[in-house]
Design a protein around this ligand. Sequence first.
Ligand code: HEM
Length: 127
Amino acid sequence: MTVQQTAFDQIGGAARVDALVEAFYDLVETDQAYAGLRAMHAPDMTNVRAALKGWLTGWLGGPRNWFVANPGVCMMSMHRAMPIDAATAGQWTDAMRRALVQVEVDREMAEALHDVFGRMAANMTAR
Ligand code: HEM
């Protein structure tokens, strides 16, 4: 029997997804290049860190606790209601690309994620 590995498993499970999200928001909070993106968020980023960990975990094929706790929440619709422009979308994908490198996500996986995050971010941009 072939056991199919999820992207969550390939990345290295909960510890690595958590490390990725911490690296991402640490960059957003400290690098002036992301000041516009930072300013869109609440002063305290504890909740958004927890939410992105939970969302990514389920989305990558890991435990779906976040989706069970947040039934019917669509990440695309939620973001399309925000005033996201091309600059802030670019800041998000750039910071995430650097976080993927920092936590040493396998290169092929990092490129695939960067590609899909780029398409999501483009579709979140208000027109
Ligand atoms: C395109 C650029 C993006 C911008 C400017 C942006 C901005 C934001 C903002 C302002 C919030 C609310 C945070 C707060 O209340 O402090 C948020 C929440 C969130 N974002 Fe984004 N975001 C972007 C892209 C993404 C992408 C691509 C994903 C997923 C891959 C994502 C996942 C999340 C999650 C999981 C939350 C938390 C939702 C919750 O509170 O339940 N975001 N984002």
